[in-house]
Design a protein around this ligand. Structure first.
Ligand SMILES: CC(C)(COP(=O)(O)OP(=O)(O)OC[C@H]1O[C@@H](n2cnc3c(N)ncnc32)[C@H](O)[C@@H]1OP(=O)(O)O)[C@@H](O)C(=O)NCCC(=O)NCCS
Length: 325
């Protein structure tokens, strides 16, 4: 059996750091409120040359370097994003060109904050069918471009960045072992972002009120905890693995209180959960691959380790995925 293995990881963060103190000067909030309610202290905000595809390409280049693979030998580039800088072409096409991945086909995937997990499951399916395939999967976001900077309920939460991994087939014990993915579109209004207004008057929405992220924070919080718990239990049951066998959990980085709630429900010790939201806030599809790359570079992922990823986001979409490193 050939399994999809992660051969290299990378990440790229904008230079500009936005602190809670600075936000105090922008909306009616405080460092104390943001820190205690979210755990976030700083986030990165994209500047010139740090568009979604640029961050994605920089993260991708790092992942290729680590994997020791030339861009020209990639077969597929997928970018998980909800903030591409253009509707067409896909962000992945810009990345393909910038890296010189001339053999690869390329497209974007939008599953909001679950995009990277959905993408990993997809890459694993391709590689199972064709083990010689080399796939670059990136999660990249410019959420700052779609943030209402007058809305204190959302503007303190989000940040920009990109994380990437290169996948290929392997016949050893390592690789993607399984995933449990889910969605519930009936709850879309609790976390959403409209696109640009329609140019077709028949399809225009009179209630269109800007291409911003809108969120019912409390409802999202409640659903996020329960959904991630269910997904984690489902993927572990499917793989016949106990939670105590997991070396590290790398969750979507949205809010420290969501993660503490999840840890409590699962009886998961905090030292088994990788957390970097303090520094980057919620970077949506980029959050898991950035955390994965940092954990990898810190030496926290050892060959044979069982690693569990889990996410929740707009859609709603959610899931959990189990890897052996
Ligand atoms: C957004 C979130 C941090 C708010 O925390 P909360 O404890 O639920 O707070 P509430 O929404 O009940 O708001 C409490 C008060 O704080 C206020 N508040 C909201 N944002 C604030 C801010 N940045 N600074 C100060 N006060 C703020 C609210 O207006 C409200 O005031 P009110 O009682 O006068 O109406 C929390 O709901 C959350 O994390 N939700 C999930 C968000 C998320 O991660 N989404 C993405 C998932 S992918």
């Amino acid at each position: 059996v050939s399994r999809a293995r992660i051969l290299g990881t990378g990440s790229s963060l904008p230079r500009r750091v936005l602190t809670n103190r600075e936000l105090e000067g922008m909306v009616d909030t405080s460092d104390e409120w943001i820190t205690t309610r979210t755990g976030i202290q700083t986030r990165r905000i994209a500047g010139p040359g740090e568009e979604t595809h640029r961050l994605a390409a920089a993260a991708g280049r790092q992942a290729l370097d680590m994997a020791g693979i030339e861009a020209a030998s990639l077969d597929l580039v997928v970018v998980a994003t909800l903030t591409p800088h253009m509707m067409m072409p896909a962000c992945a096409c810009f990345v393909q060109a910038e890296l010189g991945a001339s053999r690869a086909f390329a497209y974007d995937l939008n599953a909001a904050c679950s995009g990277f997990l959905y993408g990993l499951d997809l890459a694993a399916a391709y590689i199972e069918r064709r083990p010689e395939m080399r796939v670059l999967l990136v999660g990249s976001e410019n959420l700052s471009a779609r943030t209402n900077w007058q809305d204190r309920n959302t503007c303190v939460l989000f940040g920009d960045g990109a994380g990437a991994c290169v996948l290929g087939g392997g016949t050893g014990a390592g690789g993607v072992l399984g995933a449990s993915l889910a969605a519930d579109g009936s709850l879309w209004e609790l976390l959403c972002m409209e696109g640009p207004p329609s140019m077709n008057p028949a399809l225009a929405r009179p209630e269109h009120d800007g291409c911003y992220i809108r969120m019912a924070g409390r409802d999202v919080f409640r659903h996020a905890v329960r959904a991630m718990e269910d997904a984690v239990r489902a993927v572990l049951a499917q793989a016949g693995v106990g939670l105590e066998e997991i070396a590290l959990v790398i969750p979507h980085q949205a809010n420290i209180r969501i993660l503490r709630n999840l840890m409590e429900r699962l009886a998961l010790p905090e030292e088994k959960v990788y957390i970097n939201l303090t520094r980057y806030g919620n970077t949506s599809a980029a959050s898991i691959p950035i955390a994965l790359d940092e954990a990898n570079r810190e030496g926290l992922l050892q060959p044979g380790d069982l690693i569990l990823l889990c996410s929740f986001g707009g859609g709603f979409t959610w899931g959990a995925l189990l890897l052996r490193w």
